[in-house]
Design a protein around this ligand. Structure first.
Ligand code: GRF
Length: 208
């Protein structure tokens, strides 16, 4: 089976992008990262893409006139690079309706908690981990889910638990969670590469 062609949307450091690239290099993931798109031209994810000669495209409200045009430009870039699976890896913008429509069931996001808990608008970065710690929960984790029109809302594809330890700060918990993100995300993308993921009645099924 040919490697799945993925487009990564990212705004930050890009460690999940790196984990994906490393998994491809190690032969654990049959994927080709065809394009990286970011609203932040100087972020770590864009650097990592440029270092590997992966097309790194800056698209934001600074480069286009409206949200609608941004959506169109993102969709065009994905199509131009023949992207089959869209991977959000720390992307801080909401994906537009045209892109969601065109790639429904084929857009993944990773969230650093066990959704539906600690998700939704405004729940990103250290705020997620602060909220987990403040709640007194003893377990947090990672969620990979399909993206729909609402923040952190689409069907869950996979989750992995991560313990919350006594004395954790948002930083120590974030680091422990991020370590598991780097394991889970490439694994889930590999399921897509193996064409094992089906959606039945709004639920994700992974074929054995
Ligand atoms: C990760 O914690 C991810 O769960 C969240 O944004 C962060 C991105 O980190 N959506 P990185 O840019 O991949 O290092």
């Amino acid at each position: 089976m040919s490697p799945i062609v993925i487009g990564v949307l990212a705004s930050g450091g890009g460690t999940n992008l790196q984990a994906i690239l490393d998994s491809v290099d190690a032969g654990r993931l049959s994927a080709h990262v065809a394009v990286v798109i970011s609203n932040n031209s100087t972020c770590g994810a864009m650097e990592r893409a440029r270092n590997r000669a992966i097309p790194a495209i800056h698209l934001s409200r600074a480069t286009v006139a409206s949200e609608e045009e941004l959506d169109r430009a993102v969709l065009d870039a994905l199509k131009d690079h023949l992207v089959q699976l869209v991977v959000l890896a720390g992307y801080m913008k909401k994906v537009g309706p045209q892109t969601i429509q065109a790639y429904r069931g084929r857009i993944l996001n990773i969230h650093p908690a066990l959704l539906p808990a600690f998700g939704g608008a405004g729940m990103y970065g250290r705020r997620v981990h602060e909220a987990v710690i403040a709640s007194g929960a003893s377990v947090s984790g990672v969620t990979v889910h399909l993206v729909d029109e609402n923040y952190d809302h689409g069907p869950v594809v996979a989750q992995r638990e991560v313990p919350v330890c006594a004395g954790d700060t948002a930083e120590t918990l974030a680091a422990r969670v991020l370590g598991q993100e780097h394991v889970l995300y490439p694994q889930v993308i590999q399921w897509f590469a193996e064409r094992r993921v089906r959606i039945e009645k709004g639920q994700v099924r992974i074929d054995e």
